[in-house]
Design a binder for this molecule. Structure first.
Ligand code: CP3
Length: 346
């Protein structure tokens, strides 16, 4: 609704809607971050959560990869736990580890620490989006949030977990408490996204990064209704919605059914296979393995060609990695990947 005419005509938004594109659009999850020396310099001495709360800093960090790599979209510099912290949960983002919650949420009483998010709690996000849209011209800005399951896992486990054992035990052992926790997260995540849309983002991505740890049956019973609730609250916003999980090939039809225009795919599922699993009108996003950016250039070039060729099976393709840029990635390789993908599809 606030999207400018130049932005609506961008390759990124056209691909999200399955329209013909001048070239395949490219952006990278975690494109702003430790792979960039200019990011490490500007972040020196400022904590991760603190940096997310400073609009001028957020603006500069978000713009860094756009300037350097010529990507087709910017993604707001923030984190999935920012709205949870703004809603009253005491947590920190520890470098090299991830989000750590001081007192995990495991009982009904603990839910009281998760109050509803109101727009005023995240004024700094709205301000960052306004500053960014003014700077970005025709380049779209992607807003994002964590999906209820991935956020719940951090809250229940108290930090990152490989197995999600306490989360799975809670969802099966006390479904009522599980659903009550997710309903609170639906409100928080939904409001966080609505603030970003009202301030001017052109698309939103819902990250359910750890959903791949679930069976399809558990995903459909305990998770999908909540992600659907978040996404349907944005149906009238007029911005494309992207839904992404890692190791979630077995969940692609379910994740595609949550009410989204674009389905994010990791490197384990070829995009032509993914395109058959999602709806005929849905675009796909992905899916170069971020580890392969450490291989010699001819390997990377062949992989970019393969991903682009497989992406032609879908109604639209947004080129991305299969997960975030790893911190030690050579940023010059990322710039070359953008140029190559553009050149091969122009
Ligand atoms: O993609 C982007 O460029 C936008 C910024 C972004 C960040 N986090 C910045 C960040 C986005 C979209 C996220 C989302 C996020 N955060 C997810 C979903 C995406 C995914 O990776 O699956 C998850 C699971 C988190 C939780 C989280 N926050 C983790 C696992 C970490 C990494 C911990 C570490 O240090 O290795 C963070 C911290 C974080 N978020 C960093 C960045 C740039 C690194 C912090 C730093 O630079 O010190």
């Amino acid at each position: 609704m606030l999207t400018s005419p130049a932005t609506s005509e961008s390759a990124f938004l056209r691909a999200c809607h399955g329209l013909p594109v001048p070239h395949t659009p490219v952006w990278f999850m975690r494109q702003a971050g430790r792979s960039l020396p200019e990011y490490r310099a500007i972040r020196a001495g400022v904590g991760m959560l603190e940096s997310c709360r400073r609009p001028e800093l957020v603006t500069e960090i978000t713009l860094q990869p756009v300037r350097r790599h010529g990507v087709d979209a910017a993604i707001l510099f923030s984190d999935i736990v920012v709205p949870v912290a703004a809603a009253g949960v005491d947590l920190d983002i520890v470098a090299g580890t991830g989000p750590v919650v001081t007192e995990p949420v495991r009982t009904e009483k603990d839910l009281e620490r998760l109050r509803p998010l109101v727009a005023g709690d995240v004024d700094f996000v709205a301000e960052s989006v306004r500053l960014l849209t003014a700077e970005l011209g025709g380049t779209p800005l992607i807003g994002f949030a964590g999906a209820p399951f991935t956020l719940a896992s951090y809250l229940v486990e108290g930090g990152p977990s490989r197995s999600h054992v306490l989360t799975k035990a809670l969802m099966h052992g006390d479904p009522e408490l599980w659903h009550a926790l997710c309903e609170r997260l639906v409100q928080i995540t939904g409001e966080f996204l609505r603030v970003q849309v009202a301030a001017g983002v052109s698309a939103v991505q819902l990250f359910d990064s750890w959903a791949g740890a679930l069976s399809e049956a558990d995903y459909r019973t305990f998770v999908l209704p909540h992600s659907q609730a978040v996404l349907s609250s944005l149906a009238s916003a007029g911005v494309p919605r992207i839904h992404f999980g890692v190791g979630a090939g077995h969940l692609l039809p379910a994740m595609a059914s949550a009410g989204v225009e674009v389905v994010g795919v990791d490197w384990r599922t070829p995009l032509d296979v993914a395109a058959r699993l999602v709806g005929p009108d849905q675009a796909v996003q992905g899916n170069l393995d971020p580890c392969l950016l450490f291989a010699p250039w001819p390997v990377i070039e062949a992989e970019v060609r393969r991903v682009l060729a497989e992406g032609t099976s879908a109604s639209g393709h947004v080129f991305n990695l299969g997960h975030g840029v790893m911190p030690d990635t050579d940023p010059e390789v990322l710039t070359r990947v953008v140029a190559l993908a553009h050149e091969l599809t122009a």
